[in-house]
Design a protein around this ligand. Sequence first.
Ligand SMILES: Cc1cc2nc3c(=O)[nH]c(=O)nc-3n(C[C@H](O)[C@H](O)[C@H](O)COP(=O)(O)O)c2cc1C
Length: 214
Amino acid sequence: MSTPVTVDGLYDVIHRRRDTRREFTGEPLAGDVLDRLLSAAHAAPSVGMSQPWDFVLVRAPETLTAFRDHVAGERDVFAATLAGERADTFARIKVEGILESRLGIVVGYDPTRGGAQILGRHAIDDAGLYSVVCAIQNLWLAATAEGLGVGWVSFYREDFLRSLVGMPSHVRPVAWLCVGHVADLPDVPDLERHGWRARAPLHTVVHEERYSPR
Ligand SMILES: Cc1cc2nc3c(=O)[nH]c(=O)nc-3n(C[C@H](O)[C@H](O)[C@H](O)COP(=O)(O)O)c2cc1C
């Protein structure tokens, strides 16, 4: 039986979790802490117990720099699609802390893991990908509980990242996670603080019995 204190602690971590970019201090992460984060990720649920994730730990400055440069290019690609207030607002938003965090964890999805018959994936092939995202969220919450920051970077082309870290062609890079010590975890998400987009009220996404269009 869990205690109320544990429940409060869990909800506190869930609500304190933040995507971090500018808060990284660059202090190296101790090996045992990193092990705990990866163990939390590896404890995630997975369709058919397939555990289809891989974690590539990237610390080499030249690799971090190469990825940062690629992301900067993709940021420009997105910026070029914007105009007016959206362009001005986006210009103020930092989308990565790749160099500052000093550790990137590239999370991969291997659809071949677990053999040809994955229990539970015959009808929904994406269930494998969902499993990887569960592992990422576990890692993110564990990092928050440890007082660390995680920033999810998705401004990249999959082929570039796959080749940068030597993933075979059948493994899909799902995320680059910037992981490290942070000065603090902001109360308000960066995108909200900059006026890009805010969290919607819960009632706008809850439906009773049947989906009701808004
Ligand atoms: C799949 C996914 C991809 C994301 N990609 C980026 C990204 O490339 N750059 C970035 O700054 N934040 C990225 N984020 C973080 C979101 O912007 C952030 O989760 C959202 O604004 C809510 O803020 P919070 O996580 O602090 O609550 C991503 C988040 C998810 C779940």
